[in-house]
Write a protein that binds this ligand. Structure first.
Ligand SMILES: Cc1cc2nc3c(=O)[nH]c(=O)nc-3n(C[C@H](O)[C@H](O)[C@H](O)COP(=O)(O)OP(=O)(O)OC[C@H]3O[C@@H](n4cnc5c(N)ncnc54)[C@H](O)[C@@H]3O)c2cc1C
Length: 450
């Protein structure tokens, strides 16, 4: 199969590379696209988009392939693979990074931290900057710098008619608004321009692993602590398993626990003092605080959700961490099976909460936390049990939610959450979609496609 004016590689059913190329991070997704267009340039992206339009194929960009719902793998459609568009150019004077649309977070962090700079991004280096940014982008720097989209200066986009445009506050402002939280369903972003901030290079972190029995006391402390915390503080408590490795005590290996990860980018002595109480909330399984390079910290969770295994997600925004909410999370971590299952709480607020909810397409700016169930397991025979238990936990979480949801954590059976999920931004997003992609070439929940 060929694409006119295309210099990249085309992978089609029957090719040796096809099976590897059609599988992403979530092993539950087993879709068969009509072709995968591995692009090497913006011109290749234009050629691929025109080919898809001419042949009636849904065309979906892929960056890191981390979408839990398989949003970058359309059944019978075209994958526009951007993995080779991964160049990062850092302008240290202007403090801007020009970043290819197929760049991974690890590549982005490494290039920017080489200059002592950073843009806030997620916790796994193999997540794509593309999907993460277009959905919003929650990271440990969210309270300091806001979401990733709050640090976006502009983008280059290939539209459905094959034209290449620059979108920013002054050029295509409605498109730029929609791309900040509305996902990749409006065009293919071939370049992101991020504003950078001096961070680190050394930061202070605290790691505290508590028995589940201590969860109420620990979360109560975090609830009060985060009410008064400065924007320099990041916080992710996770119900998970103790790593089966040194230096964790052998009798705790793989046992369920509450792991608290605190993060501080302020002055070292004060940062150590502020995070120290996180290690003193009862008898620890294991814990320590340390100074470490930000770029190394950003790789800490690389092994937590191994590529190719089976995953199922649910998430809600919550305003606070009540005792009743902790009861539901404890029940969830005890009943949802899976070697990699976790229930995590991402602290928001700070800079992320000071942006108006309609200033970007991101659904919720007032919630203090985003709470996610990430069920993860190996054996396909466990699919039904893991999904059923995750849904049951989510049903108990629902009363704590206002219906808005983080697009990037929506799983494939949740298209019906889209309307309420985008909150006050839904109608405007639909209008932008109708304007820029009237034939629904790029698919996505606003186009009615899966
Ligand atoms: C292990 C793991 C850890 C994660 N941690 C975080 C975290 O800390 N913070 C957080 O906010 N999220 C996190 N996420 C969620 C993540 O933001 C989403 O899964 C996101 O969709 C991944 O982006 P991707 O480029 O890797 O995915 P892909 O599957 O490649 O793409 C996802 C969606 O974005 C679109 N897209 C991607 N690139 C482009 C582009 N250049 N132009 C147009 N559309 C594009 C795709 O078409 C698709 O709809 C994590 C996910 C995983 C699996």
């Amino acid at each position: 199969m060929t694409i006119d004016n295309f210099a990249g590689r085309v992978i089609a059913p029957g090719d040796d590379a096809y099976d590897d190329a059609r599988h992403g991070w979530n092993g539950m997704i087993d879709r068969k696209p009509a072709l995968i267009a591995e692009c090497r340039s913006v011109d290749d992206v234009v050629a691929a988009v025109k080919h898809a339009a001419a042949h009636g194929l849904t065309a979906v960009a892929r960056c890191g392939g981390h979408s839990v719902s398989g949003a970058s793998m359309p059944e019978g459609g075209m994958v526009i693979d951007l993995g080779k568009l991964n160049q990062v150019d850092v302008n240290t004077e202007a403090r801007i990074a020009h970043v290819g649309g197929g760049t991974l977070l690890g590549e982005l962090d490494a290039a920017t931290q080489a200059h002592g700079l950073a843009v806030t991004a997620g916790v796994d280096p193999s997540t794509g900057a593309g999907g993460l940014t277009l959905g919003g982008g929650i990271g440990f720097l969210a309270r300091k710098l806001g979401l990733t989209i709050d640090n976006l200066e502009g983008v280059q986009v290939v539209l459905a008619d094959g034209s290449v445009v620059e979108a920013n506050e002054n050029s295509y402002p409605d498109l730029f608004w929609a791309l900040r939280g509305g996902g990749g369903q409006f065009g293919v972003v071939t370049r992101f321009d991020y504003r950078l901030t001096p961070i680190g290079p050394e930061i202070v972190t605290a790691w505290a692993f508590y028995p589940l029995e201590k969860a109420h006391d620990v979360v109560r402390y975090i609830r009060d602590f985060m009410h008064d915390a400065s924007d320099d503080v990041g916080m992710v408590p996770v119900f998970t398993r103790v790593p089966a490795a040194d230096p964790f005590p052998a009798d705790w290996h793989s046992e369920k626990c509450l792991a608290v990860v605190g993060f501080h980018v302020g002055e070292e002595e004060q940062a150590m003092a502020e995070l120290q109480p996180l290690l003193e909330l009862g008898e620890l399984v294991f814990g320590f605080n340390t100074t470490q390079p930000y770029v190394e910290f950003q790789k800490s969770f690389a092994e937590a959700n191994p590529h190719g295994n089976r995953f199922y997600w649910k998430s809600i925004f919550v305003d606070d961490l009540s005792d009743e909410l902790v009861d539901v999370m404890l029940d969830g971590i005890r009943t949802i099976p899976g070697e990699f299952t976790s229930i995590f709480i991402e602290a928001l607020g700070g800079a992320a909460g000071r942006v108006g909810v309609t200033d970007t397409a991101f659904a919720n700016r007032s919630a203090r936390y985003n709470l996610g169930i990430s069920a993860g397991w190996i054996d396909p025979a466990m699919d039904k049990e893991a999904i059923t238990a995750s849904r049951a936990c989510y049903d108990k979480l629902r009363p704590f939610s206002d219906g808005t949801v983080y697009l990037n954590y929506l799983d494939r059976d949740e298209v019906d959450r889209t309307k309420a999920g985008f909150g006050p931004n839904y109608e405007r997003l639909c209008a932008v979609k109708a304007q820029y992609d009237p034939a629904n070439l790029f698919g996505g929940p606003l186009g009615g496609a899966e």
